[in-house]
Design a protein around this ligand. Sequence first.
Ligand SMILES: Cc1cc2nc3c(=O)[nH]c(=O)nc-3n(C[C@H](O)[C@H](O)[C@H](O)COP(=O)(O)OP(=O)(O)OC[C@H]3O[C@@H](n4cnc5c(N)ncnc54)[C@H](O)[C@@H]3O)c2cc1C
Length: 337
Amino acid sequence: MRHRVQVAETGQSFEVGADETILAAALAAGIPLAHDCQLGGCGTCRVKLLDGRVSYAEFPMALTPEEESAGYTLACQAQPQSDLVIEPARAQENVPEPMRCTAVVTAVSDLSPLVTGLTLGIPDLSAIDYRPGQYMNIVLPDGATRSFSMASKPDGNRVDFHIRRIAGGGFTETRLPRLQAGDTLDVELPLGSFYFRAQDYRPLLMVATGTGLAPIKAMLESLMDDPDCPPVSLYWGTRTQTDLYLHDEIPGWGERLYDFNYVPVLSRAEAGWNDRAGYVQNAVTADFADLSEHAIYLCGSPEMISAAKSAFIGRGASLDFIYTEGFTAQQAQPVAA
Ligand SMILES: Cc1cc2nc3c(=O)[nH]c(=O)nc-3n(C[C@H](O)[C@H](O)[C@H](O)COP(=O)(O)OP(=O)(O)OC[C@H]3O[C@@H](n4cnc5c(N)ncnc54)[C@H](O)[C@@H]3O)c2cc1C
């Protein structure tokens, strides 16, 4: 059975077929709802259901029970069970248009046993235009894509990445270790709606796991020496101390940020670690009784993001000021959007 979906803000409407998702039908109708992973893992396609009912083949990882109770759904996973009226949760602001181009590898380095630092240049551009926090797709020869977040603020035509090696990974285990300066990659950038919202004017709580630090670093670099920089708390969760690949550098960021607090948290701390241990989101809730005034940026494992959102909402955090980027695996991702 087909159902009609109306977008409240714009009045646009489109039909969704049986077993089709809201997002798939919207994109097929030429209606550009914001989305990233299309696997229910990133939360970018969150919309509010003003009217109607939906169901899921599998309940999406990036939708918390609190969000569902507040009337939200994820358009990439939701199948309408009636006609719907939806409101995109967050209007996409003026972000640069993505473009496809050839990038040249300018440097490759080991940041830790599992994390590679990759610097790319785009010789055809004098400056790469993106919002700190956004990501790039590497387009593989078969047309599939792999996403990696920009780890440096916009600065000329070079950009850094932090890439974790995934066992069996088509790109990170097979191609990345062989990359050398001068090699080229097909890329598409900038992408995504995880970027710093200066207009919030709220203290910042930034929580990352692993290479989820990359887009947070780009955001924090863009705030350095900014007189409007709000107070920043950065909680970074990794498994072991070896995984804290920028641990020595991060405290120095505080010299150029207003009121910066850095808390590393190890989930599998070894003997000799005398700092915080456990899950990173639990360290936050142990330190903050009230998160109602914060703007919160969460990046890295979808499991952390899901648990953190629920826990932080329990501390009064507002869904309107929680921004997330789940590092979902991409092998199963549809090639075309
Ligand atoms: C918006 C976005 C931004 C991202 N930014 C970064 C980044 O800055 N740095 C970074 O290191 N990663 C990042 N990722 C994650 C990265 O894109 C994936 O890990 C990617 O699939 C790796 O490609 P691959 O070809 O090596 O592995 P694939 O060939 O895609 O996967 C190989 C196997 O590993 C599994 N797998 C892949 N990735 C993961 C994962 N993250 N966790 C658990 N299992 C996995 C797959 O399911 C598959 O079984 C980002 C993801 C998204 C969606």
